[in-house]
Write a protein that binds this ligand. Structure first.
Ligand SMILES: Nc1ncnc2c1ncn2[C@@H]1O[C@H](COP(=O)(O)OP(=O)(O)OP(=O)(O)O)[C@@H](O)[C@H]1O
Length: 330
């Protein structure tokens, strides 16, 4: 069931989603919305819960708490299954099948199968159709797995660190195929990646997770422009809070949400979310995506920022205005 027109529809809605493994919680209380048609980067340190989150949407595991919907439907429904493709890190393929047999299997399993799209991906890499999967290189196998995912013609394509074994040229070529396909068909893409600089040119939406919690979510431009990167010399009038984790934050920045503050003597470099005009002699710029992400990854205790576009109804989203500042001495 689709909700509303394409602009308003949600590809994913998560309500208080939590997953507990035997070792503990891998995801905790995640509530967000990914609007349909967006290219979303899913970012977080190793073990943050990215694969777990995609696994729920792909119906590979059930949440312990909360619910998640894919285009308004439960992930286990036939409809959600047909509209979703998931390219996992390990890319399970039958080693004894040929490439052609692998694509034939895709065609038989998927009513929306697009043979031409799948074959184009394989042919662009000169992978022989009659070659057995077990004889292909790791990168060639990744290409076949991509072909299967594209051939399924999904409305939601989830990619879990999909390109780590590809050479830079192939990576670039497959990424541009992905972008062209997504633009032509309005596909929503959710892609986990540690390649922060690459995400800048691809993504228009962002989900950041850390230690199982959602740290940031929303439109990339909106999130970037909610922050200011400051550098300058502190006035030396003392710290806003002499004790605790905010120690070292200059007095001028009191009242703003300080995501990260690096000090070296009186030289200060800080990423803040301004809550009004910033006083003091600062060089101020809007951070690029990589700078923004690096600050949040370095400072997982920074107050979360979930933009209204990423809100789901009935969930509380704090303003995150002034608590949880963190200082890192350079
Ligand atoms: N099947 C499992 N059984 C027990 N614990 C698990 C299982 N799968 C994941 N975990 C744990 O859940 C947490 C989140 O793992 P997950 O694979 O979702 O992280 P990730 O963000 O995808 O990490 P990476 O960037 O390293 O791929 C980790 O602490 C991991 O050890």
């Amino acid at each position: 069931m689709d909700v509303g027109g394409p602009a308003e529809a949600s590809a994913i809605e998560a309500y208080g989603v939590g997953v507990k493994y035997r070792r503990g919680w891998a995801l905790r209380d995640c509530s967000f919305r990914l609007p349909a048609g967006r290219i979303c980067g899913l970012v977080g340190p190793n073990g943050a819960g990215k694969t777990t989150l995609m696994g729920i949407a792909a119906n590979l595991l059930q949440p312990t708490d909360g619910t998640l919907k894919v285009f308004g439907a439960a992930p286990e429904s036939t409809e959600a299954g047909q509209r979703t493709a998931f390219l996992a890190q390990e890319k399970p393929l039958f080693r004894r099948f040929t490439v052609a047999e692998t694509l034939r299997m895709g065609r038989e399993l998927n009513p929306r199968w697009d043979q031409r799209a799948a074959e184009n991906v394989v042919r662009a890499g000169n992978v022989p159709m009659e070659a057995k999967i077990g004889t292909l290189s790791g990168g060639q196998r990744t290409r076949v797995a991509f072909a299967l995912a594209f051939g399924k013609r999904p409305d939601l394509l989830m990619l879990d660190e999909p390109m780590s074994d590809l050479d830079p040229l192939v990576r670039r070529e497959l990424m541009s195929t992905l972008m062209a396909e997504a633009a032509e068909h309005g596909t929503t893409v959710l892609m986990s990646s540690h390649m922060l600089s690459e995400l800048e040119s691809i993504c228009d939406f962002l989900l950041v997770v850390s230690s199982g919690g959602l740290r940031m979510a929303g439109d990339v431009d909106e999130l970037r422009s909610a922050h200011v990167l400051l550098s300058g010399v502190a006035s030396g009038e003392g710290n806003s809070r002499p004790q605790g984790p905010a120690q070292g934050v200059p007095a001028e920045l009191a009242g703003h949400t300080v995501v990260e503050c690096r000090t070296s003597g009186r030289q200060v470099n800080a990423l803040i979310r301004p809550n009004g005009p910033v006083t003091g002699q600062w060089q101020a710029v809007t951070p690029n995506l990589e700078e923004l992400l690096l600050s949040y990854l370095r400072c997982p205790d920074a107050p979360p920022l979930i933009s209204p576009e990423a809100h789901v109804p009935g969930q509380a989203y704090g303003s995150g205005a002034s608590n949880g500042t963190r200082t890192v001495a350079a």
